[in-house]
Design a protein around this ligand. Sequence first.
Ligand SMILES: *Cc1c(COP(=O)(O)O)cnc(C)c1O
Length: 434
Amino acid sequence: MINNCTDLLQYDQDHIWHPYTSMTKPLPSYMVESAQGVYLKLASGEKVIDGMSSWWSVVHGYNNPVLNDAIKQQVDTFSHVMFGGLTHEPAINLCKTLVELTPQGLEKVFLADSGSVAVEVAIKMALQYQHSKGKTDKNRLLTIKNGYHGDTFAAMSVCDPVNGMHQLFSGFMTENYFADAPQISFAEDFDESDLHSLKEQFSLHHQNIAALILEPIVQGAGGMRFYHQDYLKACRDLCDQYDVLLIADEIATGFGRTGKLFACEHASITPDILCVGKALTGGYMTLAATLCTTDVAETISKGEAGVFMHGPTFMGNPLACAAANASLKLLIDNDWHSQVATIEQQLTLELSSLKLNKNVQDVRVLGAIGVIEAKHSVNMALIQKMFVENGVWIRPFGKLIYIMPPFVISPEELSKLTSVLSEIVDCDEVFDKG
Ligand SMILES: *Cc1c(COP(=O)(O)O)cnc(C)c1O
């Protein structure tokens, strides 16, 4: 066993893939020793404030006593049982809460192991639904550019074709339809012209489209863009008009992040199928869910297969369900709405002036999300190091430097994040200006 930090990090670099990394030009990784509240304690001694909530998920902070207890209690009861033919209280209570919290009309729940799997499940639901209705030509998807829906093949086939490097996987991946991404942002006045490309795709290809899949209001990993609620409303109407299902991927936006419990609420719509994940367990375990309407569920069940064709080994894992139940209760008990509103106000106040900075193209804030779009791509290794030296954990990609802090962050901790952001964005050397 290796136990000194330098050798551990060396082994990590030599043998272990990290998300989207190279084995020949690895970027440095930082070793976490412990984590508490909004802080990560690194083996090198630094304590950094996590501005990322470990990718949208750790909304209640690290080492949360309520979540810790919920999992410990479930471990002492049972940690896992198969979900085929067996069921349990943690899963039943979780699904009941999800049906109650999500937009009206979503009544049936499929528990999946990760966000990408929840998207696969949603896509399968849409295909089986159309098949059951005899519309076997409706076997493609429509989506909007700049999207991100996960890394498995079906999910990847609806990610942005450029960011997702679709040409690399051509021949293996289904070719779907892409409309231009909406250009009118959340705060602007809407104009029907924003719908032109989407309407065109519908009218050209509706006979082959099973579902429209999108991230409502906030496009996350594909560009951190916020679009107008009227665009989303129009998506619902177009889907109805052309007999196409609407899949809302709220894996990043769900559970309060955008200022509504679900981003679909900004447009007062119910999708036919909804994916949730990330913050579902407060970032404790991997778990996601795909909800659908009674109509979708019953139509699938009347089809040729007679069943929905999916069933993972770790479906409904009781530990993950127990964590999710505790996390959803905390969300309500902590008054997520005022937590997020307070963060939104402070982010707006403290980031807006950066719009005038020489290195900044745009600044946008929605709910507990703050985005700085730079004029040039960042030098990842350098900017990461500078952030850590200054006591914060922020992980940009490309030109996007953004934070979505834990909901429990204090005003002082949030000010620390925004002031370090402001200082570092001002440094020319962190950008690749070549
Ligand atoms: C993260 C994410 C996914 C994929 O979830 P994983 O748990 O990483 O598989 C899918 N859709 C959206 C919108 C996401 O943000």
